[in-house]
Design a protein around this ligand. Structure first.
Ligand code: ADP
Length: 454
């Protein structure tokens, strides 16, 4: 079957094929049954005629005149190509002369031994009877061509063939109609999906609420896919807008500053100040580009995987950004676990350190150096690292956006940063099959939870 055939055509063809096999089996069975009955009734007829003939010749003396004429009346007409022969036990023809129809000894011997035989020879049906009479025993062999019966069988064959052809045609056409009706929702989905473009990703397929069939499931799946597409398109668009804004700001500042300074001759101190500002802007630009590169390059090669003890990692990160770096105060709490193996995952230590560092740095930065509390916990499914601060918090409406590159909440604008740290942390945790959860109360504090599957 052609591969590029439409489902509708394929369905109707398969349906027709199935039906044709069933119908063929049915028709052939009926035909064989009718043919069997035809043969049987013709043999019966032949036997009757053989008996009657035998009676005619052998038992004429035993029959009353009246009975004998009754017998003859029963069989007024002869059959097509009919022949009846009578043989005595010495294989000699009796009463009826043999002409073109002769039976050999073998056939007569079978009649004598089996008493009762049927067979077919050259389109003729043959019935043999052994007739025992007081005037001697005789083999009566009747043969004839069942013209009527075979004529009827021929008609039946034609009717069946015609009926078969018509049924298949009707089935195919009906199959096509039903397939079209059954597939019409899919055609509708196809034409609806066709008009959705990148610019109209907000469009959704209509879903019939009352129904819970495969079509509804397909539409829901496509709608979910569109939802994801729309979100990632949106994220990409805002990423490009934000990235170009973040990159342009320091560049415009550098150009502006240089141009203004060059407008007239200045004191050495003024040149120095300008150059300092230029360095500051260039450093910021450098930092942004570096973190963008980190974001793009953060990937895990399975060869680089190594066992990483999360308790050690947390201690190091807390020490680096809290206590040792004296940026803020970080307290640690490890919930009881008896086996270091339980807090060990396969991962990239360097990347994990960056991810955890970014979250701890944020907690310190956005809480005005109030104490930050970190915990490590092991459940049956996850190893959980919690970083809790008592800082400015995040508005509920921004909670799902803060992981987008360059996104910064309105209340964070006065703090340094450019909004890449969390996207990088989220990507790294995701690369380790984990996830980040966040909950926050505005003005009171934020809690980040890093979950790594056990
Ligand atoms: P950056 O810290 O450079 O602004 P991040 O990607 O690290 O960028 O964070 C994105 C945004 O998420 C921040 O601008 C801030 O609005 C919010 N945020 C992250 N961590 C905290 C926190 N601990 N408390 C309050 N807001 C936070």
């Amino acid at each position: 079957m052609q591969l590029n055939m439409k489902i509708r055509d394929r369905l109707s063809l398969q349906f027709t094929l199935m039906f044709s096999v069933v119908l063929l089996v049915l028709l052939v069975s009926i035909y064989l049954l009718v043919e069997h009955n035809r043969k049987k009734s013709f043999y019966d007829k032949l036997e009757d005629r053989a008996t009657t003939t035998a009676q005619f010749y052998l038992a004429e003396d035993n029959l009353s005149e009246e009975n004998f004429s009754k017998v003859l009346r029963n069989y007024p007409r002869s059959l097509a190509r009919e022949s009846i022969r009578i043989y005595n036990d010495r294989y000699q023809p009796a009463f009826i002369r043999e002409d073109s129809v002769k039976w050999n000894k073998e056939v007569i011997r079978r009649v004598i031994t089996e008493k009762h035989i049927h067979f077919e020879e050259n389109e003729l049906q043959v019935a043999g009877l052994y007739y025992e009479d007081n005037s001697g025993n005789f083999s009566v062999i009747a043969a004839a061509y069942d013209m009527n019966g075979l004529e009827h069988m021929k008609e039946l064959r034609w009717i069946m063939l015609l009926g078969y052809g018509c049924s298949l045609l009707i089935t195919y056409l009906l199959g096509r109609i039903f397939a079209r009706i059954a597939l019409s929702p899919i055609s509708r989905i196809i034409s609806n999906v066709r008009i959705i473009r990148a610019s109209s990703l907000d469009k959704r397929l209509h879903i019939n609420k009352g129904k819970r069939d495969e079509i509804t499931e397909l539409s829901t799946t496509i709608n979910n896919l569109l939802e994801h597409l729309e979100q990632s398109f949106e994220a990409q668009r805002s990423f490009i807008a934000n990235a170009s804004h973040e990159l342009r700001t320091p560049i415009s500042s550098i150009i502006g500053e240089a141009e203004i300074t060059l407008m007239q001759d200045r004191q050495t101190q003024e040149y120095k100040t300008t150059l300092h500002n230029v360095i500051e802007d260039a450093t910021r630009l450098n930092a942004i580009i570096n973190s963008l590169l980190e974001l793009v390059q953060a990937n895990i090669d399975s060869n680089e995987l190594q066992p990483v003890r999360l308790d050690e990692l947390l201690w190091e990160a807390a020490d680096e950004w809290g206590n040792k770096g004296a940026i803020g105060k970080v307290t640690l709490h490890y919930h009881a676990f008896n086996n270091p193996q339980k807090v060990t995952i396969q991962g990239n230590r360097y990347l994990l350190f960056i991810a955890l560092g970014n979250i701890i740095k944020n907690a310190i930065k956005f809480s005005g150096k109030k104490e930050v509390h970190c915990e490590l916990d092991v459940t049956t499914d996850n190893i959980i690292i919690t970083v809790r601060d008592q800082g400015i918090g995040i508005p509920q409406s921004d909670l799902h956006k803060i992981f987008q590159p360059f996104y910064r909440s309105a209340n964070a604008i006065t703090y340094t940063g450019f909004g890449i740290g969390l996207s990088l942390a989220e990507k790294i945790v995701r690369l380790h099959n984990g996830k980040i959860e966040v909950s926050s109360v505005l003005g009171q504090g934020t809690e980040f939870r890093l979950l790594f599957p056990v």
